[in-house]
Design a protein around this ligand. Structure first.
Ligand code: G6P
Length: 608
């Protein structure tokens, strides 16, 4: 996720900017840059990769100047390159800007600005804004920014300066955070308070549609209509780690609770609901070849593989596309009958998983089209595959994957509509799925209300040694994922089963000490699931059930019921997995394990 730091005051800005960038590293980024001004001369450096690369570019010296801006970029529009890294400047080289967020109408603005003679250096949406400010500039950078803000759509925060307005820094935000740190000697502006608190704990959070003008140690906050807002600094009492976790005890819990937002982020700009279609810009270059695909292999590891298993059902049922999910580590060792119509879709949060990468290379050697669904922009899998779709959910830090899984499912649903509409899917079905997708963030929010109930249930069961998770059809993979989450972070033995399989072995395990967690929404396999629940109850096994809101029948069988909102059957996994993530989390915390970094496991598995 992008990060912003800016400073103006009596100190030298460079060390403060560098320290601020390092504090923002935990958010994840793929390039970084800064610009410092002294006596109207701007010195700017940019580098792809880590902050150390930027430092190398600077060459170990200090950059003099008491005003500067800096940025860590998490690529959205345009790959990670020096040109695309921030800060961006206007044609005159005097206006400099850093930006977080997305300018949705950037293309139309860019076309217009190019017609008017502006020359662009990057592929970013951000650069549009600096040229727009240049267009309105008449000697007052704050006024030019204010006018430009009226022209753009989207969610954003900006920090800007003009090299010939000494000591003046201006900032504005809408939908993307910005905070001022007020020191005796100057003011730091940052996208995240973690970049500030080493300097000062006195902060002012800007609200949407507010601007700050900072000059000569004074700050002035106004709204976009130029009316002054009187705001007093408040004290931050949290320490750095707490801040990075945004008040949650663990990154995993924070990431679970981020899901309404991460689902929104994965959907943003991709759904054309009226036309029942989706737009996936990352696939444009291969669109023709995608219409020729006859068989799809969904290749991945761990949680991402379970997302693939759900995708298999989605694509077959709604896009009429034969699909199979395969564990990446097995892919190379099996005789693959790869013909012309074959396509490989790799799913990977990190984009670095060695087995997944090896499978892609194997497929490429056999001339099979390879695509990626990846979160980390510019990662090995993103670079190796021929085209793909980014998750755009920001960094996932906890080893156990949560928000990446729901995002992968969202993208698989988008791909189902994408392929479906190229094949046989009717307009009405496309509209129905896309409408349900758009309702998911709010339903995920509703699902998070199960938190308290799940915690109570975990408190009751945390001492058991074994757990079963059961589901059918779309939620078979959710049962597998529920079991994986529980075992990886609580170290309790757990297994996921397809409901229909319990009579073929697992039933022998059932007794009063062997609880089962059933995923039993009101879907096409509901009755079958109820029968399986009865079978377990009849043998004295405790049953926890995840059911659709309003369902009364489940409560008559299960010992505990947790309710989730109703959605389209193919999308139920996206909601159903949330209480299972919470369940694993609370089972782990009651067992005092290291939730974010479980023993023996790694977030990014780069060995085969
Ligand atoms: C590791 C992580 C899992 C993840 C798997 C695949 O095992 O702990 O959470 O699901 O790798 O990772 P990827 O980055 O390829 O999605």
């Amino acid at each position: 996720m992008c990060g912003i730091v800016g400073y103006t005051g009596q100190k030298q800005s460079f060390p403060l900017l560098l320290d601020g960038l390092k504090r923002l590293e935990y958010r994840g980024y793929d390039s970084a840059g800064l610009a410092v001004v002294k006596e109207s001369q701007v010195e700017s450096h940019k580098a792809v990769g880590k902050i150390e690369e930027l430092q190398k570019d600077i060459g170990g010296k200090d950059i003099p100047g008491s005003l500067g801006i800096a940025h860590t970029r998490w690529a959205t529009h345009g790959v990670p390159t020096e040109e695309n890294a921030h800060p961006h400047c206007d044609c005159s080289g005097r206006i400099w800007l850093v930006h977080n967020g997305i300018i949705e109408n950037h293309q139309a603005l860019k076309d217009q600005l190019e017609k008017e003679g502006h020359e662009f250096q990057s592929e970013t949406d951000s650069e549009v804004m600096v040229h727009l400010i240049e267009k309105f500039y008449q000697g007052d950078i704050a006024e030019a920014l204010r006018q430009a803000l009226y022209k753009i759509e989207g969610a954003y925060s900006f920090v800007v300066f003009h090299s010939e307005e000494p000591g003046k820094l201006v900032a504005a935000k809408k939908g993307s955070p910005l905070v001022l740190g007020i020191d005796d000697d100057g003011v730091i502006v940052a996208s995240d308070v973690t970049a500030i608190i080493r300097q000062t704990r006195n902060v002012i959070y800007l609200e949407d549609k507010e601007m700050a003008v900072v000059e000569g140690g004074e700050f002035h906050i106004l709204n976009w209509n130029n009316q002054t807002r009187n705001k007093e600094p408040q004290k931050v009492s949290w320490d750095l780690e707490e801040l990075e976790k945004k008040g949650y005890d663990h990154f995993m819990l924070k990431e679970i609770f981020e899901q309404p937002d991460s689902i929104t982020d994965s959907l943003r700009g991709r759904v054309i609901q009226e036309e029942g279609k989706v737009k996936l810009g990352g696939l444009d270059t291969v669109a023709d070849r995608l219409s020729q695909v006859e068989n799809l292999d969904l290749v991945a590891c761990g949680t991402a593989y379970y997302a693939g298993l759900v995708g298999e059902y989605m694509l077959e049922e709604y896009a009429d596309l034969p699909a199979r999910a395969l564990v990446a580590s097995e892919f190379r060792y099996r005789k693959q009958l790869l013909d012309k119509g074959h396509c490989l879709l790799a799913l990977s949060q990190s984009g670095e998983t060695a087995d997944t990468l090896a499978a892609i290379k194997e497929a490429q050697e056999r001339n099979v089209l390879s695509l990626g669904v990846v979160n980390v922009v510019g990662s090995s899998i993103a670079r190796t595959t021929e085209a793909g779709v980014y998750n755009h959910i920001g960094p996932e830090i906890a080893v156990a994957s949560t928000k990446a899984f729901t995002s992968q499912l969202v993208i698989l649903a988008l791909l189902t509509v994408y392929w479906g509409r190229m094949r046989n899917m009717a307009l009405a079905m496309g509209q129905r799925i896309t409408q349900e997708l758009e309702e998911l963030p709010q339903k995920a929010q509703e699902t998070l209300k199960t938190d308290k109930r799940i915690r109570e249930i975990a408190q009751k069961y945390y001492q058991v040694s074994n757990f079963a998770f059961l589901g059918r059809k779309y939620n078979y993979a959710v049962a597998l994922e529920g079991a994986l989450k529980l075992k990886e972070i609580s170290y309790i033995h757990a297994e996921g089963f397809a409901g229909g399989e319990i009579k073929h072995g697992p039933l022998a395990l059932v007794d009063k000490d062997f609880p089962s967690f059933f995923i039993v929404p009101q879907d096409s396999v509901y009755e079958k699931n109820l029968s399986n629940m009865q079978e377990i109850k009849a043998r004295g096994g405790p049953v926890i059930a995840l059911a659709t809101q309003g369902d009364e029948r489940v409560a008559q069988i299960a010992d505990e019921v947790v309710y989730i909102p109703k959605t389209l059957e193919m999308l139920t996994p996206i909601l159903a997995v949330i209480p299972l993530q919470l369940f694993a989390y609370y089972m782990a915390t009651f067992n005092s394990t290291d939730v974010d970094k479980p023993r023996n496991l790694a977030k990014s598995v780069t060995v085969e």
